[in-house]
Ligand binder design. Structure first.
Ligand code: ADP
Ligand code: MG
Length: 195
């Protein structure tokens, strides 16, 4: 997120208030600091809950509560288990998406992070049910997120700050859909490295 900061801020400068990169970088830098304080034996679900709470308390923009809720819901879905499989990961990401939609009320086509997250979660579930490996399923989910992200360019924003621009939001890629791809890419790399 730190590497993507300036790019995300540029995207937000076009259709928002030029803070998405700094918001996400500040939030995830705080998450990294928080993780260093946690007992290494803490299970993945608890790590995600702590990360989500940190995002909520450190990011002022819309993305803080949205990603904070997403990670907390994903963490609660994983629960106390020490490990998780592809089905567990799909359920966690479904819970994350549900949290984002409950909080922000955006649907696919509104030109938000949901345009990247929803197809990724749907693809992950299909792949896992179709007996793909977790790494293979995530690679397909990432490709779906990237397609969704690129698909935000011709859309008119109807949620969040970009919606104030009306038709002038058309022709720009949504910053939140872009950072969603960054997060999913990190997840895909982490799982591929595990395998
Ligand atoms: P702010 O808009 O408060 O400045 P950010 O710039 O950090 O916050 O985040 C903007 C991103 O948040 C948008 O690009 C969009 O993807 C996402 N977003 C905004 N509103 C919503 C919503 N209601 N539901 C889902 N995502 C949203
Ligand atoms: Mg912004």
């Amino acid at each position: 997120m730190h590497e993507q900061r300036d790019y995300l801020t540029q995207l937000d400068a076009a259709i928002g208030d030029a803070d998405h990169g700094t918001n996400m970088d500040r939030g995830f830098s705080s998450v990294v600091a928080k993780l260093a304080e946690l007992d290494p034996a803490v299970p993945p679900g608890k790590v995600l809950v702590a990360a989500g709470s940190t995002l909520v308390s450190t990011v002022g923009g819309a993305s803080g509560p949205l990603w904070g809720t997403a990670l907390r819901r994903a963490g609660r879905s994983l629960g106390e288990d020490e490990t998780f499989d592809g089905a567990g990961l799909a359920a966690a990401l479904e819970a994350a998406l549900d949290g984002v939609v409950e909080l922000g009320a955006a649907q696919p086509g509104d030109k938000t992070m949901v345009d990247a997250l929803e197809p990724a979660v749907r693809t992950l579930r299909e792949q896992v049910n179709g007996s793909a490996t977790p790494a293979g399923a995530l690679a397909a989910a990432l490709a779906a997120a990237e397609e969704g992200m690129r698909g935000t360019v011709p859309l008119q924003a109807t949620k969040g700050r970009a919606s104030y621009l009306g038709e002038r939001s058309i022709g720009h890629q949504d910053p939140g859909a872009t950072s969603t791809v960054t997060i999913l890419r990190a997840l895909e790399h982490a799982v591929a490295a595990e395998q």
